[in-house]
Design a protein around this ligand. Structure first.
Ligand code: PNW
Length: 464
């Protein structure tokens, strides 16, 4: 059992701590149970063509019922941390107003279950499952959503704050804003570039308002988890390439870091996202509230981004995720994972170092992992183990990159593997698997893969 101080705060940085992560909609299932309201992902997954295999999180890993087994799996891994997310529509089903005690009870049991097993809990308040009634009222395009988020944060802190002391407000606001409102490949599935910039501002405002409320509820360390990326221009030295590189960096990295660190949106960003200069959107005090609002920053890293100007000015289909940027292509070099993302661990080392320098804050790698084709290769299941040596290699190299950044002086305190379980991978449905544990969709049987045993071995060594 956990015998340390409560609430569980940020790691102190004396060594690199390990963990594994999940998110509510990707694992819980039980979408209509105990008063949970609908989220934008329940709605979006019903849209024809939205999800590769036409699946949803309706059942997912059924972790809502099987959480004890999942907590046992985390404990068996021997890592310090379990990063889970709280489903806003379980706690405040309509987004604002009435609180659902049965939803809070679930996370209360989970937190106690983790502590009893000696695992430290860290919770993310928003991993993309916005209550549908809030989307119907304008979603992240309206300021009221940021205010409702802060109220929901206060409710959760009131109930769990005596034990949970390391909070993440948002997970990957870039995905929520730009994949959700511009590219339209994530919920709510809108394709309006200007809307994405507005969503980005309200997300960071929501983070800042929520951070205030979390701190008011008791001692804690509040962070935000960003999927920043190293931008490696494929073409250099010509003005068109420089413009593309700057725009992609602005929309992927600076739109989050600049308000957090400087309390401002810079000129290059405003050139591609003029909405962020709108004084109805960005009100007096907003950027001041965001500045300094994080005690730590979480990084989710999978792959580098290599932009190049598009020949003939035709925008790459993914241009939708970077609205306002000049026409570009994204180059992907080999080797790649099963989801098509380039593998380069040096990107993580660079990102940890640059983020630590830029923010002056402790950095936690809150997601890193790989989709590999293991679960579909029957031959790979030997003696009940999926022999995912390709995932082991990916994790080994990225953990080493994190340690290298630390050895070079970066204040990086945790390395958290995405993900514990094969789960609902958003637009990819169940076709792409990132888990340390295989799930048999017919009976929900959980089988640890070779990568699980590898992480367990590393955790044993690290704990000495
Ligand atoms: C992140 N993209 O999602 C999330 O935080 C996880 O929930 C997810 O399972 C994991 O990374 C693996 O994908 C992303 O298309 C999903 O650029 C899609 C993208 C990026 C991140």
């Amino acid at each position: 059992a956990y015998t340390g101080p409560l609430p569980v705060r940020l790691p102190d940085g004396s060594r690199l701590e390990l963990g594994t992560a999940t998110a509510s909609y990707q694992i819980e299932g039980a979408v209509a149970e105990d008063g949970r309201g609908p989220s934008i992902w329940d709605t979006f997954t019903e849209r024809p063509g939205a999800v590769r295999d036409a699946s949803s999180g309706e059942t997912a890993c059924d972790s809502y019922h099987r959480w004890r087994e999942d907590a046992d799996l985390v404990a068996g891994l021997g890592v310090e941390w379990y990063r889970f997310s709280i489903a806003w529509p379980r706690v405040v089903p309509a987004g604002t107003g009435a609180v659902e005690p049965r939803g809070l009870d679930y996370y209360d049991r989970l937190v106690d279950g983790l502590l009893e097993r000696g695992v430290k809990p860290t919770a993310t308040l928003y991993h993309w499952d916005l209550p549908q009634p809030l989307e119907d009222a304008g979603g992240w395009l309206v300021r009221e959503t940021a205010e409702a988020f802060a109220d929901y944060a206060a409710v959760v802190a009131e109930r769990l704050g005596d034990r949970v002391g390391a909070w993440a407000t948002l997970n990957e606001p870039w995905c929520a804003a730009y994949l959700g409102y511009a590219a339209g490949v994530h919920a709510p599935g809108r394709r309006e570039g200007g809307a994405a910039h507005r969503a980005a501002h309200h997300l960071m405002l929501g983070h800042a308002l929520a951070a205030e409320r979390l701190r008011a509820a008791g001692p804690c360390d509040v962070g935000v988890v960003l999927n920043l990326a190293p931008i490696w221009p494929e073409t250099v030295g010509d003005p068109a390439a420089d413009a593309v590189t700057d725009a992609i960096d602005a929309l992927r990295n600076r739109v989050w870091l600049d308000p957090l660190v400087d309390g401002a949106y810079d000129e290059g960003l405003l050139a591609v996202a003029p909405e962020l200069g709108d004084t109805d959107l960005v009100r007096p005090g907003d950027l001041e509230a965001v500045k300094g609002s994080a005690d730590w920053v979480g990084l989710n890293y999978y792959t580098p981004v290599r932009p190049t100007p598009a020949a003939g000015g035709a925008a790459h289909p993914e241009g939708g995720a970077y609205p306002g940027a000049p026409a570009f292509d994204l180059v992907v070099r080999e080797p790649i994972t099963d989801i098509g993302w380039e593998i380069d661990a040096s990107g993580l080392e660079e990102l940890v170092r640059t983020t630590a320098e830029r923010t002056g804050l402790p950095v936690l790698v809150m997601e890193n992992g790989a989709a590999m084709a293991d679960a579909k290769v029957a031959d790979n299941v030997v003696d009940g183990v999926v022999d995912d040596q390709d995932r082991v290699a990916y994790l080994r190299d990225h953990l080493a990159a994190t340690r290298a950044a630390r050895d070079a002086g970066a204040d990086v305190r945790a390395y958290v593997v995405w993900t514990l379980l094969d789960n609902f991978e958003w637009a990819e449905g169940y076709t792409k698997t990132f888990g340390l544990v295989h799930i048999d969709s017919s009976d929900q049987a959980r089988t640890p893969k070779a990568s699980y045993h590898w992480v367990a071995e590393v955790a044993r060594e690290a704990r000495g």
